[in-house]
Design a protein around this ligand. Structure first.
Ligand code: CA
Length: 493
């Protein structure tokens, strides 16, 4: 006896003995069903193209951004204290050893948000509230709404988006994260030292929820914990769809604060205590992702906005042997730790020495989410091939180092050419939160081999005049293009 299951015979109504009226009705119904099939197929294709279906397979994206954390400030990059959660992140992902921020807070955030050198989007300097003299022409400035932010790229793909922590791209209502692609915001709209305790000319420091000030001069020892709790809540509330979570810690920017749980824990001073609390926060976020079953399908990035603010001495971090620190275009000012974890996509325990930068994160996210076109010219390139371990080629031929609107250096391959410029150099480091002293020093046209000499100690320009000529020409060309093409920031004036 055969086990074959007989399919029911298909009845051909057209040739059957059914009455003509029933035959006609049946044919009509079948045509309607066929039409429905076609409509459903079309709808499926439309949904696919819109990303509605595909978005279910896209990763969640979490960017954790530390403030003034130097290249040597975490374990694995040179720190002499433990940061176990950041070590775990490196073991499960990829570390970049030539990753560039900008020299200061606001420009770095402009670069991260827009994929552009901050000079291109009118954000070359630090902004702040109306207060001291230096903020006079900057307190009304905000990110131009015509710029497409990384959050808006992801909103187009139906991501839920949250900005938790320091924004620093304009603090007036129309400049806040909720006007730049974020569904929610919770944090300080600018730096944690821009408050009366530091300088009486500053107004009270607001803690903002969406667009409303909910506290003034908040207890900064609780910020890391509160930001972490908000991040965990957002993950839990958003888990049914893709989400983008941007956590921009106030720490370890001075004034340093740490919760009771971490005070004295490192045994090595307040600065390491603060870093260990940030490390704890990273661990809590990872734990929440795992508990919610999301850690496999989430790209987690950890990095910093600039190098250590060395004038604060024992309240500043470490450049890990790189030259100078924050506010300069030497490597210590702009090279920062970068870790990316995305299980099954990014090879675990891997390292990348190709150079990359904050400006590359928006195009990388666009690449991951199949965003084909962006409305404005941007400077960054997708580093997805580097992240996936498919390439070790620099995604951009050249990296440009700006401070304010001054193009101070150019990197191509291992070569870095400094144009003549002045820079701040610490002559007397501060102690326990009190600022030290700086002098203005100058550097002439100088060439460094960053592979042999990452500390930029030996000028080899006379030995390589051809490289000097090439990099000088690249810099001059880019600077003139930038001056011609740059766009304006927004103003609330
Ligand atoms: Ca900073």
């Amino acid at each position: 006896m055969s086990n074959k299951i007989e399919k029911p015979a298909l009845i051909s109504f057209e040739n059957s003995n059914f009455p003509k009226r029933i035959q006609s009705l049946t044919i009509s119904l079948r045509r309607k069903f066929m039409m429905c099939d076609k409509i459903l197929l079309c709808a499926f294709i439309v949904l696919l193209n819109c990303g509605v279906i595909r978005s279910q397979q896209l990763p969640n994206i979490v960017i954790i951004f530390a403030d003034d954390l130097g290249y040597g400030d975490i374990e694995g990059f040179g720190a002499a204290y433990s940061t176990p959660n950041l070590v775990k992140l490196q073991a499960e992902g990829m570390r970049f050893t030539n990753f560039y921020s900008q020299p200061q807070c606001s420009p770095s955030r402009a670069a991260l948000m827009t994929g552009c050198y901050p000079q291109r989007v009118g954000f070359p300097w630090v902004v702040g509230p109306e207060g001291p003299e230096w903020t006079r022409d900057k307190y009304f400035v905000g990110l131009n709404p015509n710029e497409k932010t990384i959050a808006e790229v992801l909103k187009d793909k139906s991501y839920a988006t949250a900005c938790i922590g320091k924004w620093h791209l304009g603090h007036h209502t129309q400049h806040l994260p909720t006007h730049h692609g974020f569904d929610m915001y919770f944090g300080l709209p600018y730096s944690n030292d821009m408050w009366p305790a530091n300088m009486p000319a500053f107004p009270d420091l607001p803690l903002v929820e969406n667009e409303k000030t909910i506290e003034k001069n908040p207890d900064q020892s609780q910020l890391v914990r509160r930001y972490t709790e908000r991040a965990q809540l957002f993950i839990k509330q958003s888990k049914k769809k893709n989400f983008f979570l941007y956590i921009a810690h106030a720490m370890p920017h001075v004034p340093l604060y740490v919760s009771q749980q971490f005070a004295g824990k490192s045994g090595k001073g307040l600065y390491p205590d603060v870093i260990q609390e940030i490390d704890w926060s990273v661990g809590e976020v990872m734990k929440t992702l795992k508990n919610e079953g999301l850690d496999e399908n989430t790209l987690v990035i950890f990095t910093s906005d600039n190098g250590p603010w060395l004038v604060y001495g024992n309240h500043a971090g470490s450049s890990g042997g790189l030259r100078e620190g924050k506010n300069t275009t030497f490597e210590g000012g702009v090279r920062v730790p970068f870790i990316a974890r995305w299980p099954k996509r990014i090879p675990s325990n891997s390292s990348c020495s190709s150079f990359a930068a904050l400006i590359d994160l928006l195009p990388t996210v666009a690449d991951i989410t199949n965003t084909k076109t962006l409305p404005n010219v941007i400077d960054g390139k997708s580093i997805l091939p580097l992240l996936l371990g498919k390439s070790k080629q620099n995604v951009r031929e050249v990296h440009y180092y700006f401070q304010i609107n001054d193009l101070q250096a150019v990197r191509k391959g291992k070569w870095k050419l400094h144009f003549p410029h002045n820079y701040e150099h610490v002559t007397k480091p501060g102690t326990d939160g009190v600022r030290g002293e700086i002098t203005s020093q100058s550097i002439g046209l100088s060439l460094f081999d960053l592979e042999a000499d990452p500390g930029e100690a030996t000028d080899v320009s006379t030995a390589h005049p051809d490289i000097v000529v090439e990099l000088k020409a690249l810099g001059e060309k880019f600077k003139s293009e930038m001056d011609r093409d740059k766009r304006q920031a927004a103003s609330s004036q």
